[in-house]
Design a protein around this ligand. Structure first.
Ligand SMILES: NC(=O)c1ccc[n+]([C@@H]2O[C@H](COP(=O)([O-])OP(=O)(O)OC[C@H]3O[C@@H](n4cnc5c(N)ncnc54)[C@H](OP(=O)(O)O)[C@@H]3O)[C@@H](O)[C@H]2O)c1
Length: 429
């Protein structure tokens, strides 16, 4: 979209020295789970931090919205917010359109934007950052990744601290909750997910969470922030937890670990990244991050930095958005976001967790020899039985995905066995 710059947007605000107004007028785009919580929380602000929601963009005319005060204008066409001039636009619509068009329009007009929308940032972060930088307008998105643990804003203000070269994290609370329940209660993913939905911890349509899409989008937002690269969602190796079985979880336990929904990226040399379930040894820092909790480990020249806490939920997300609103209106905020370089990550070489089952399995040494002939070396194995079949679970030394897949295809053909495969992460963290 091309939006003509209104004359006043060209004003020199590079040093953005406007004083924060005593009361902030906020145009709220989206009043669903988070937007409603935001509207409720905003009413509790003390008079010296007053936030007044002037407009609320929604879709459903008939829906009751108890946290919206009667004087808030319900609107169904987002462009009408520009008839007045809000101090901050808060985007809580989710998805790409109309969020992208409205956020860009606000930035072009020099109106600060706060968003929690990782899908929008992952798909159009470069364009939005460019618009924010060009008009020297704050674009804050603290709630887009681990909403309950604010850390992105700190790193935006601290470029030396932000010089990290990689991260590993658990950033999707729904998947983590489901895997934790499945492990603790020895049940399958489907019943654990049904329970999560009943408790309101998973959406009625949980595909984005369960398929790893939400986690991959957050990985991309983190890469924008810390590696200054723009990565297309389709270029990130992304896997979900839907195919994990109770037997996978049991065998992971027998091998001294657990399966977690992780994201990982490293750009100390070439950019490598993936999002998906992975075996973690018991000593891994992320292994004890259970239920809906999130965590992020940043690796860099100053060592390891760890952030851990609530990932999402309407109340914590609304609180983080509200903090961003005040921050966006504050005078000293840095408004230049580093521009992004387009990059295509490759999948990393990691250890692998494999499970092999067959009515009659070859001896362990034969499996190890066959895999070794394809350049895959076992570091730990665990033999057992799965129903009527014999089973063997193992951890390999690090190798590439094509190499392990080639080796397992050969094993499957030679021993007529079923093979399952998950990434594993070193205990190093
Ligand atoms: N839920 C969380 O815990 C959480 C945590 C962190 C970040 N986030 C992010 O926060 C954002 C909002 O999430 P949510 O859970 O609050 O979503 P939600 O419950 O689905 O709410 C979306 C709101 O936007 C409105 N809306 C959507 N499309 C619209 C359109 N085309 N025109 C007008 N209104 C439209 C909906 O209107 P109706 O009410 O009329 O349907 C609803 O009020 C998302 O980007 C999400 O990723 C959520």
């Amino acid at each position: 979209m091309t939006v003509a710059l209104p004359p006043d947007a060209e004003r020199d605000v590079r040093s953005r020295t406007v004083a924060a107004p005593a009361s902030l007028d906020v145009a709220l785009l989206g009043c669903g789970t988070v937007g409603s919580a935001f509207a409720g929380l905003a009413q509790l602000e003390p008079p010296d931090r007053a936030v007044r929601i002037t407009h609320a963009l929604v879709r459903d005319h008939g829906r009751d919205r108890p946290t919206l005060l009667p004087d808030v204008r319900r609107i169904y066409d987002g462009r009408s917010i520009f008839a007045t001039s809000p101090d901050v636009v808060v985007e809580l619509l989710g998805g790409i359109e109309p969020a992208r068009t409205l956020v860009l329009e606000a930035l072009h007009r020099g109106i600060p934007v706060v968003t929690a929308n990782k899908s929008l940032l992952a798909a159009h972060g470069g364009e939005l950052r460019e618009a924010a930088t060009r008009t020297a307008t704050p674009l804050l998105y603290e709630a887009a990744v681990i909403a309950g643990v604010p850390f992105l804003g700190t790193f935006s203000r601290r470029p030396f601290a932000a010089r990290v070269t990689g991260f590993t994290g658990i950033v999707n609370g729904t998947s983590n909750y489901v895997l934790t329940r499945a492990r603790n209660e020895r049940i399958g993913i489907a019943p654990a997910l049904a329970d999560a939905q009943r408790l309101g911890l998973a959406e009625p349509n949980p595909a984005d969470d369960i398929d790893g899409i939400d986690a991959a989008e957050k990985l991309i937002v983190l890469l924008q922030q810390f590696a200054a690269v723009n990565v297309a969602p389709a270029d990130v190796e992304t896997d979900g937890i839907g195919r994990i079985t109770a037997a996978d979880i049991d065998d992971a336990r027998a091998l001294g670990g657990t399966i977690k929904p992780v994201i990982a990226a490293d750009w100390s040399e070439r950019l490598r990244a993936f999002a998906g379930p992975a075996f973690l040894g018991r000593r891994h820092l992320l292994a004890s991050v259970d239920s809906a909790e999130n965590a992020l480990i940043l690796e860099g020249p100053r060592g390891r930095m760890v952030f851990r806490g609530p990932g999402a939920g309407p109340d914590v997300t609304a609180a983080t958005v509200l903090d961003d609103v005040h921050e966006a209106a504050r005078a000293t905020i840095p408004v230049t976001l580093p521009s992004l370089r387009r990059a295509q990550p490759s999948a990393p070489e990691t250890p692998w967790f494999i499970r092999v089952t067959a009515p009659r399995l070859p001896r362990r040494i034969e499996i190890a020899d066959l895999l070794a002939s394809h350049g895959v070396y076992l570091q730990r194995t665990q033999r057992g039985s799965a129903g009527h079949a014999e089973g063997c679970a193992a951890l390999t030394l690090p190798c590439s995905r094509p190499r392990i897949e080639r080796a397992l295809r050969a094993l499957g053909a030679a021993a007529r066995c079923d093979v399952r495969l998950l990434r594993a992460l070193e205990d190093g963290a």
